[in-house]
Ligand binder design. Structure first.
Ligand code: DX5
Ligand code: ZN
Length: 227
């Protein structure tokens, strides 16, 4: 079944516990950490993640858009994250970092910006629990979905099948009721949605609707048959 991870980037930052409650039934809560260096925007850090982890039962899916994740990512596991994603463009030693995240007890995930190809990282995939393909340039919510990322999603799904990996494939950026089916058909199974969830009248209902659309779209896809 498709997983939907609402992004709190589009939520009210003064009411994060309530905003987590508003998406009860979600698989994960997506938390975007930005440092104003790796991306031209600044959000939140370890203390807020610690508080949020205490305030909600929904596991936290951390997306680190920061320089030097080798240094900072382990602290987000200690802060209570269930999954930590670092950007390969910023990591000095991605294999060592993924192993450290796993050893500390979280799922390890690696993200690719739109201009970063998957092919050089084929041999790293067994070290990861999830791969994130950005479908916008990271930094801001509410941007238009980049259709040109669909072939990369497809090629990544083929690599996962080729190596018979238990790797989740996440997409993030511009995912909505009008784009999620294309992502699911191409091979994504974890969907981040910010404005499409928190911009909706009923966020929990928006999550259910997105999950339903993704499940239907992937039901007949070659990569999901027999799942
Ligand atoms: C963008 C962030 C996303 C953002 C997505 O850099 O990584 O998680 O919240 O927002 P939407 O779904 O509105 O594109
Ligand atoms: Zn994100």
């Amino acid at each position: 079944m498709a997983q939907i991870n609402p992004s709190i980037l589009s939520a009210d930052f003064a009411r994060l516990a309530d905003e987590a409650e508003a998406v009860r039934g979600s698989d994960w809560l997506h938390v975007d950490v930005m440092d104003n260096h790796f991306v031209p925007n600044l959000t939140l850090g370890v203390p807020i993640v610690e508080s949020l982890a205490r305030a909600t039962d929904i596991p936290l899916d951390l997306h680190l858009m920061i320089e030097d994740p080798d240094r900072w990512a382990p602290q987000y596991v200690e802060a209570g994250a269930g999954s930590v994603t670092f950007h390969v463009e910023a990591a000095a030693a991605p294999v060592r970092l993924a192993r450290e995240i796993r050893a500390k007890g979280a799922r390890a995930s690696m993200a690719l910006k739109p201009g970063t190809p998957i092919e050089p990282y084929e041999d790293l995939l067994p070290e990861l629990d999830m791969l994130l393909i950005m479908t916008v340039e990271p930094g801001f919510g509410g941007q238009a979905f980049l259709d040109i990322m669909l072939p990369k999603i497809r090629r990544t799904r083929e690599l996962i099948a080729k190596h018979d990996l238990e790797l989740w494939l996440q997409v993030d950026g511009g995912v909505s009721a009008s784009t999620i089916e294309r992502c699911a058909e191409a091979g994504a199974d974890v969907f981040v949605a910010g404005s499409a969830v928190y911009g909706a009248e009923d966020p929990a209902e928006a999550v259910r609707k997105l999950r339903d659309l993704a499940d239907r779209a992937s039901a007949d896809a070659w990569w999901a048959c027999g799942h």
